[in-house]
Design a binder for this molecule. Structure first.
Ligand code: IPE
Ligand code: MG
Length: 239
């Protein structure tokens, strides 16, 4: 979700106004994702590097996060959406951390739809944390070392354990870089870069993005002919 600051600057407004508009858009996008049948929606809300911003902006972002969670709690319960977080959330202000845990616990019985907030998240930190957790599990004997380490085993120690890899990753505001987001999990994701700043990336644009995704051919290292063949076989077996 990039471009809140530029959205505000272009209108002669303070950056925080852009963030406030950005949160409004999050609420709309969460609702739309449910309607579109997106079962897992991950939002990169605060990166591990965002602490470097001016203190007043960091504080404003934390305040917005807190009010968003208070408001969104009811909405998540209504829409039967389970909240998850990825990132080092224990380093967030205590009030935010506690509220996150509360909303996660309150929605933990929902299985179908999931909202994942990336907070104080960075893919490199995540890999380091996973290595530490994996090593600890080996040492304590909860994980058995059988032959060569497989990605399927190691990925259980990432923050995203239990959450499927993203099919599509969208970055708004025209920047064409990944900025330490889900580097491992997006190995085969389709990337979509939109020039629109996040506050204006509304539900209709999300729907359009899904249409574009549908027209892309995901080959996972295979040839186009193989994929066509597989499609043919799967339509044959399902009819
Ligand atoms: C939102 O946009 C990013 C966060 C949620 C922290 P930015 O604040 O990065 O907006 P720009 O890049 O300055 O326009
Ligand atoms: Mg930015």
């Amino acid at each position: 979700m990039d471009g809140n600051g530029r959205w505000a600057n272009r209108r002669g407004l303070p950056r925080n106004e852009g963030h406030r508009k950005g949160v409004e858009n999050v609420e709309k996008i969460v609702e739309k994702a449910g309607e579109l049948g997106i079962r897992y929606l991950t939002l990169y809300a605060f990166s591990a590097e965002n602490w470097k911003r001016p203190k007043a902006e960091v504080n404003a972002l934390m305040g917005l996060l807190e009010s968003f969670l208070k408001k969104q709690r009811k909405q998540l319960l209504k829409q039967k959406i389970r909240l998850h977080t990825i990132g080092r959330v224990e380093e967030l202000p205590t009030s935010v951390f506690k509220l996150l845990n509360k909303v996660k616990a309150d929605t933990s019985h929902f299985e179908d739809n999931h909202l994942i907030l990336a907070l104080n998240y960075g893919a490199r930190n995540e890999v380091l944390d996973a290595v530490e957790r994996y090593t600890a599990a080996i040492q304590s004997g909860t994980e058995l070392q059988e032959g060569e380490l497989q990605w399927e085993t190691f990925s259980n120690y990432l923050d995203t354990s239990g959450i499927p890899d993203p099919e599509i990753v969208i970055r708004t505001s025209g920047e064409q870089r990944i900025s330490n987001f889900l580097l491992m999990q997006s190995a085969y994701s389709e990337y979509l870069f939109s020039p629109v700043c996040w506050p204006d990336f509304g539900p209709d644009l999300l729907e359009e993005a899904l249409l574009e995704y549908r027209n892309r051919e995901r080959r996972f290292g295979k040839t186009g002919a193989q994929i066509e063949q597989e499609k043919l076989l799967s339509t044959k077996s399902s009819s």
